[in-house]
Design a protein around this ligand. Structure first.
Ligand code: 1HN
Length: 342
């Protein structure tokens, strides 16, 4: 019997044929399975290497001077999860990172320093810590700095997802887009209003800078006046104001406040997520599929990844604010998003 099968496998292998019954269980497991591992990058460990990168190469030569946060299980793949890319980018005073555009969508979350800027289709967005900035797919974008200090931000992109579709490509520009005054997009779409004759269909948000002070103030008010969620604390998602949906089709982003003394309950979700710590301190407990729980202690500017379907819970004694992003909009569009809250 076994030899009949072995002979069958051996004889058909040259025709590139494989028996499904040998792999079926791995293809459709009883719960979501990921090769990704939880990981934490302490800012104090990482920052010296960014500064060394600043001495080793200019922003212009690098095009984008970024250290990629690679999932320990996906080394060499420029991936923090199977679908997401994350990196920390440094721009020094006076530097320019030239304009380009690509099919990948990108988000920025500002970690350190003020006074650098991103331009999106020619409109400048000046960066301040905690600001959330997007560059929708195929929009021209570049960076520059009029700061007197290094400016560092988190880049989140859908690079691995577009690689899966073999749909990632870019165009570089010699001429930059004609400059447009800063703040016009926000004036049009950022205050719960929109131009009367606006006809946009809204794949990506027309607002591309979400200043931290506004988002933070919302969380502060919610903390004062509303009940705390036992899993999330106080958690808001960034929206495309034209649709109410995610800021970009492939990337969802969130800001949450864990109040002082928070001891959260455990949850798991199909969308693996990358977190950037803005304020405070705490711990994230992540349980691997084999049942082992690891506590990762985080402080300001640390980054960590919770892989798909790993049970996670948050604790914070002094309180904390966390930014995060994931590919949740894609899961939702495909009706495959699942969440369990224990
Ligand atoms: C990119 O365009 C940026 O514009 C950052 O800052 C990181 C990683 C891969 C491909 C394009 C940026 C990127 C990127």
């Amino acid at each position: 019997m076994t030899s009949l099968r072995q002979q069958l496998y051996q004889d058909m292998a040259p025709l590139h044929l494989t028996p499904l019954w040998e792999v079926l269980h791995a293809l459709v497991p009883p719960h979501p399975v990921t090769p990704c591992l939880p990981a934490l990058w302490k800012y104090s460990d990482l920052r010296p290497f960014l500064m060394r990168a600043g001495e080793a190469i200019t922003a212009a030569e690098a095009v984008r001077r970024v250290l990629i946060l690679e999932n320990p299980a996906l080394r060499g793949q420029s991936a923090v999860t199977q679908s997401l890319y994350a990196g920390l980018q440094l721009i020094l005073p006076g530097e320019v990172a030239p304009d380009h555009r690509h099919t990948q969508s990108a988000l920025r979350f500002i970690i350190e320093g003020s006074g650098a800027f991103t331009t999106v289709e020619g409109e400048r967005a000046t960066m301040h810590p905690g600001d959330f900035i997007l560059t929708p797919n195929w929009s021209w974008h570049g960076h520059g700095s009029e700061a007197e200090e290094p400016v560092i931000w988190l880049d989140g992109l859908d690079i691995p997802m577009l690689r899966f579709f073999d749909a990632g490509f870019a165009e570089t520009s010699t001429a930059t887009a004609p400059p447009r005054p800063e703040g016009v997009s926000f004036a049009r779409h950022g205050n719960n209003m929109a131009p009367v004759r606006d006809t946009r269909t809204g794949a990506s948000s027309p607002v591309f800078s979400y200043p931290y002070d506004r988002s933070r103030e919302s969380l502060a008010q919610l903390e004062r006046n509303t009940p705390c969620d036992s899993w999330d604390g106080y958690k808001l998602r960034y929206i495309n104001p034209a649709t109410g949906g995610s800021p970009m089709p492939t990337l969802g982003a969130f800001l949450q406040l864990l109040p002082a003394g928070f001891n959260g309950r455990a949850f798991r979700q199909t969308d693996g997520a990358v977190y950037s710590v803005v304020e405070g301190e705490g711990e994230v407990l992540i349980e691997s599929p084999d049942g082992e729980t690891t506590a990762y202690s985080f402080g300001p500017r640390d980054h960590f990844v919770i892989p798909s379907w790993h049970l996670a819970s948050f604790r914070s004694a002094p309180g904390s604010v966390l930014f995060s992003f994931s590919d949740r909009p894609v899961h939702e569009a495909l009706s495959i998003h699942r969440e369990e809250r224990l």
